[in-house]
Design a binder for this molecule. Structure first.
Ligand SMILES: CC(C)(COP(=O)(O)OP(=O)(O)OC[C@H]1O[C@@H](n2cnc3c(N)ncnc32)[C@H](O)[C@@H]1OP(=O)(O)O)[C@@H](O)C(=O)NCCC(=O)NCCS
Length: 162
């Protein structure tokens, strides 16, 4: 994929449906996090169009597009009890391992730096933990996160921004 074909911008309220659909595509199609059906349902419930609309109003949400189609998203905002969280980083299953996730991560980190944020926190599942480790994050805590009825090992991770 050519660099100039991917376009990054702030999310608009009207992107909520496409973001919600992208997250569902990732959950069902990517087969990387090996979610159970219960977990897919639980995560999808946290990413309905209504939830995403609220997220776009409250947080900074970014989109990656290829030929006008949404292929990636990420947000920066508050996830209790931490204030400076990166979350909701999802890439379309057809565009994994092409550098889009890394670019979105750099974009959101650049935004945080501009806001004078010195430390980023995030929660990662087993698969994405390695992606974040490669990108300078370290693990500070291991949780069992309850999604629906299922519990999943989740890693609290952090990075000091320079
Ligand atoms: C994790 C995720 C966002 C990575 O996106 P991506 O666009 O495929 O990643 P990139 O192509 O930008 O990869 C950047 C680097 O990380 C590496 N990488 C990507 N995914 C990786 C993984 N799961 N484990 C280890 N390394 C990984 C790439 O090889 C690349 O390495 P390089 O810089 O040495 O070339 C994507 O796999 C995804 O959508 N996962 C499912 C949703 C999820 O778990 N999101 C996180 C919740 S907050």
């Amino acid at each position: 994929m050519k660099k100039e074909e991917i376009f990054f911008r702030n999310a608009r309220i009207s992107d909520a449906l496409a973001i919600s659909k992208l997250i569902k595509r990732n959950l069902v199609g990517a087969k990387i996090n090996k979610y159970t059906l219960e977990q897919v349902r639980g995560i999808a419930q946290k990413n309905t169009v209504k939830e995403i609309r609220e997220r776009i109003k409250k947080f900074k949400v970014f989109c990656a597009l290829e030929k006008g189609k949404l292929i990636g998203t990420v947000y920066f905002g508050e996830v209790y009890p931490k204030e400076n969280n990166i979350g909701g980083l999802y890439i379309d299953p057809a565009f994994l391992y092409l550098g889009v996730g890394k670019k979105l991560l750099h974009l959101v980190e650049k935004y945080a730096r501009k806001k004078k944020v010195r430390r980023i926190d995030l929660y990662a599942l087993n698969y994405s933990k390695d992606f974040y480790l490669r990108n300078g994050y370290k693990i500070n805590k291991v949780y069992m996160w309850k999604v629906g009825k299922a519990k999943t090992r989740t890693y609290g991770m952090e990075k000091n921004l320079k």
